[in-house]
Write a protein that binds this ligand. Structure first.
Ligand code: HEC
Length: 499
């Protein structure tokens, strides 16, 4: 029964066209009659008003059931509901004022007809408009109008959904993480469905309090544990899944945005701290292109990770890089920063140069021994570039995610003498090659998410290479388990409702 009622509710947007159609028809008829262009008997008009009344009543009932599904702002909903009821009553009054039976008995009812028909015209417009706003948002109708026309109609720019103007952040260290970095991501990717007007899953994401409150299944953020946070879990699901956020076909969060959201939650999802007050991961360092100002935070982060080779290298004294090399890297689109205030060791990232090719990289010439971290992630570099890296005596962390890594490059990687962190996410890999890489003595962390190697194989290799932390993202099984829990939650809900 419950299901039937719910299904009926969904017909509300279709049913409402009936009273609208009848009322427009009746108003047109009355105007044409006034102009003596049309004739219609009073009894027929009365019948039509009766049908208009019935269809309005039916729409109201369907609307009531639809509202039970939730997800609408209460104040607007109540207003629309009252208007719907008023419209239904107005149609009834119009019918009664035209009804011969009554006219025969009391006679004065017919004076109500003109006010009723005027009221019906006004009310149907208002109700319809507000109903549309409930589903599409306040400014849907005028959003595409030219700005001057829009303001003539009384819609200010402020009334429009706030398009996130991504404020250019000059220094990420000083940025307030939630306000300047996290919020714009949520606004762009989530807010269209989780806002005051449209609360899908009973979830609003427009203020800190509401983010903390969560949705119909409770909290969506678990401080310090992004992998247990509903928000992240849903975003990590395959896009084809019904539970995936944002839903299939909607603009998706990028890998970098995911990284930022995860980092924010892992740091306790604070709403007022700045980047420099949080613990920065290597990925975030690169992503934000944090320069040498961040050196001291980085020193903390280095100290927290136990990479023995790195610790030894950090004690070394190397001469500063040449001005010439500095210039060349900048011209190629790379960003150089010192690893700590006390050291001349450097981190180079080509984060802002996704098109970087082998040719461009090798044109940098002889690479200085200063390079301890190198990020070539998301560039087009491949074998030729990797060959030049083998000459780097101090390279401990290398990002090669989503590059043009070829199987023949793998043997080159084996020559990296001090490598402790290697990110190969998103590069197709053969199992045999992965095994070779894992046998690099110094290796401590290996990232192999989305490399085409089956979960079971990776699990097996984890058993074999206990010294290396192998990161491979959620397994198929974890995703399936998650979906099962979600299904169960939904079933529990239905059960709870029936009880
Ligand atoms: C196109 C609309 C749409 C967009 C955009 C969207 N969502 Fe949703 N969201 C929904 C719907 C519909 C539901 C309820 C159905 C469900 O539970 O799957 C929901 C439910 C959720 C829930 C579960 C709430 C609960 O307690 O049941 C979370 C968490 C969530 N969304 C997070 C997000 C995040 C994070 C984003 C942005 C990255 C996002 N959503 C973007 C439509 C959307």
């Amino acid at each position: 029964m419950e299901q039937l009622i719910e299904a009926f509710g969904r017909f509300h947007p279709v049913l409402v066209h009936l009273p609208i159609g009848f009322i427009i028809l009746l108003i047109t008829v009355e105007i044409l009659k006034l102009l003596k262009l049309f004739r219609m008997e009073s009894a027929s008009t009365a019948t039509l008003w009766f049908i208009a009344f019935l269809s309005a009543a039916l729409s109201s009932v369907a609307g009531y059931f639809l509202s039970k599904e939730g997800g609408y702002e209460l104040a607007s909903l109540t207003k629309h509901q009252n208007q719907g009821i008023a419209l239904t009553i107005i149609c009834l009054v119009a019918f009664l004022s035209k009804w011969d039976y009554l006219t025969g008995k009391i006679g004065f009812n017919s004076i109500l007809y003109v006010p009723a028909i005027l009221a019906a015209g006004i009310m149907v417009t208002i109700t319809g408009h507000n109903g549309g706003n409930l589903t599409h948002g306040e400014s849907y109708l005028v959003e595409k109008l030219p700005a001057p026309l829009r303001s003539m109609l009384g819609f200010s720019e402020a009334g429009l959904p706030q398009k996130t103007v991504k404020k250019e952040i000059k220094d990420y260290n000083e940025a307030v993480v939630y306000q300047d970095i996290v919020k714009p991501i949520l606004e762009e990717k989530c807010l269209s469905c989780h806002n005051p007007k449209k609360m899908k899953g009973d979830l609003r994401m427009d203020t800190p309090d509401l983010l903390l409150k969560g949705g119909e299944h409770g909290e969506i953020l678990v401080a310090g544990k992004s992998d247990e946070s509903e928000m992240i879990k849903r975003m990590l699901l395959p896009e084809s899944s019904d539970e995936h956020m944002p839903p299939k076909g909607k603009p998706q969060a990028t890998a970098d945005e995911m990284e930022i959201l995860k980092w924010w939650i892992d740091n306790g999802h604070d709403f007022s701290k700045k980047t420099k007050e949080l613990k920065v991961t290597p990925q975030i360092t690169t992503l934000f292109k944090i320069n040498s100002n961040a050196a001291s935070e980085r020193a903390v982060e280095i100290a927290q990770v136990s990479y023995p080779e790195e610790k030894e290298i950090l004690k070394k004294n190397v001469p500063e890089i040449t001005e010439d090399f500095n210039k060349k890297v900048k011209e190629t689109g790379g960003v150089i920063s010192k690893i700590s205030k006390e050291s001349n060791l450097i981190d180079i990232t080509f984060f802002s140069k996704p098109g970087l090719t082998d040719q461009e990289f090798t044109a940098l010439g002889k690479l200085p021994e200063n390079i301890i971290w190198l990020n070539l992630g998301n560039t087009k570099t491949g074998t030729e570039t990797i060959k030049t890296l083998t000459a780097l005596p101090n390279l401990t962390r290398l990002h090669l995610e989503k590059t043009a890594l070829k199987p023949e490059s793998v043997t080159e990687l084996l020559k990296l003498k001090k490598i402790e962190y290697l990110n190969l996410n998103g590069n197709p890999l053969a199992e045999a090659d992965l095994k070779k890489i894992l046998s690099i003595k110094t290796l401590k962390s290996l990232y192999v998410f989305d490399t085409g190697i089956p979960d079971e194989k990776i699990e097996e290799l984890r058993g074999q290479f206990k010294n290396v932390s192998i990161q491979s993202g959620p397994t198929k099984k974890q995703i399936e388990d998650f979906l099962k829990i979600e299904k169960k939650k939904i079933n529990d809900d239905v059960y709870a409702k029936k009880k």
